[in-house]
Design a protein around this ligand. Structure first.
Ligand code: SAH
Length: 249
C-alpha cells in the first residue's frame, strides 16, 4: 500500500489527526505545512486543504506531484441541502460538481469547459470503504463524542448519506441561496467550497480520491450559528475517528 493524503478543511480536524500520528515531520511548501508520517501504520501526508477551490486545487496538486501520494482522502464540514440531510450526519461523495461554474451559453451550465462534463466521480471503492467507516463510527457516536456533546447540538441518530456534493467559492448562508441550489440541482446532498476542485485535480492526475463531509449547518439563515463549537466538539472528533477506521480497513 502506498502513501495516502489526508486533506482536512479545518484546523481543528488537522490538529486531531496530528495528535494521533506518532512520527510526523513538517515540510513547508507554498505556504502550506505538509505533515509526513504514519497513522494506523499507513504512510500518510496530512495537510490543511485551505479554503476555496483554487487553494484546495493547489494543495491537492502538490500532494500528488511533490509528495507522490497515490490516493487522496478529504475531510471537512458542509451545509446540508438534501431533504433528510441533518446537522451531525455525514455525507460521502459519489460525484462532485462546481455549482458556480457557468460558461453558458458557450458550454452547458456547470460543465467545466474542455472537459465535456460537469460531474467528477469519487473513487467507488474508496468511497464505499469510507461510507462503511463512517457508518461504523456514527453507530457508536456517543462513545466517540459523548452523549452530552451530541445532545448539545440536537443530534439524535446521525446517518451516513452517499451522493452528489457541490462546491463553490461561497459560504451559503441564506435560505434563498440554498433554496435556489436545491431547485437547480435537486440531487445535491451537501454544499461546500473545495471538494469538486480536488476531484477535478485527481481526475487530471489519475489519482483516486474520496470526500467526506460532516454536516455543520443547513446552508440557511442560521448557518453561522455555533459553527466553531460544532467543528471542535463534533466534526473534528468524527473526522479523526472515521479516518482512522478507514485506514485500519
Ligand atoms: N469560520 C471558518 C470559516 C469556514 S469557511 C474558519 O474560520 O475557518 C467554510 C468551510 O466549511 C469551508 O471549508 C466549506 O467547505 C465548509 N462549509 C460548511 N458549511 C458550508 C456552507 N453552508 N456553504 C459553503 N461551505 C460550507
Amino acid at each position: 500500500m502506498g502513501r495516502i493524503a489526508i486533506m482536512a478543511a479545518m484546523h481543528e480536524e488537522l490538529a486531531a489527526l496530528l495528535a494521533s500520528m506518532p512520527d510526523e515531520q513538517k515540510d513547508t511548501v507554498a505556504g502550506r505545512e505538509f505533515w509526513v508520517g504514519h497513522l494506523e501504520g499507513r504512510e500518510v501526508v496530512a495537510v490543511l486543504s485551505r479554503i476555496g477551490k483554487v487553494a484546495a486545487a493547489t494543495t491537492a496538486t502538490l500532494l500528488v506531484e511533490r509528495y507522490g501520494v497515490d490516493a487522496l482522502l478529504f475531510t471537512g464540514v458542509a451545509g446540508g441541502l438534501g431533504a433528510g440531510v441533518r446537522v451531525g450526519d455525514v455525507v460521502v461523495a459519489d460525484a462532485l460538481l462546481q455549482h458556480d461554474m457557468d460558461a453558458s451559453p458557450i458550454f452547458p451550465r456547470w460543465e467545466v469547459p474542455l472537459y465535456g462534463r460537469s460531474r467528477f466521480e469519487a473513487d467507488a471503492a474508496m468511497s464505499e470503504r469510507l461510507r462503511a467507516a463512517a457508518a461504523d463510527v456514527l453507530a457508536h457516536a456517543d462513545t466517540h463524542l459523548g452523549a452530552q456533546a451530541l445532545a448539545g447540538f440536537g443530534i439524535a441518530s446521525p446517518a451516513v448519506h452517499r451522493g452528489l456534493i457541490i462546491s463553490g467559492d461561497r459560504f451559503v448562508s441564506t435560505a434563498a441561496e440554498s433554496g435556489a441550489l436545491r431547485a437547480a440541482l435537486p440531487d445535491a446532498l451537501a454544499v461546500e467550497m473545495e471538494g469538486a476542485a480536488v476531484a477535478q485535480v485527481c481526475h487530471d492526475l489519475g489519482v483516486p480520491c474520496a470526500v467526506m463531509r460532516t454536516i455543520s449547518d443547513r446552508a440557511d439563515d442560521s448557518a453561522h450559528l455555533d459553527f466553531n463549537a460544532f467543528i471542535r466538539e463534533i466534526a473534528s472528533r468524527y473526522s479523526v475517528a472515521i479516518v482512522r477506521r478507514y485506514l485500519r480497513g
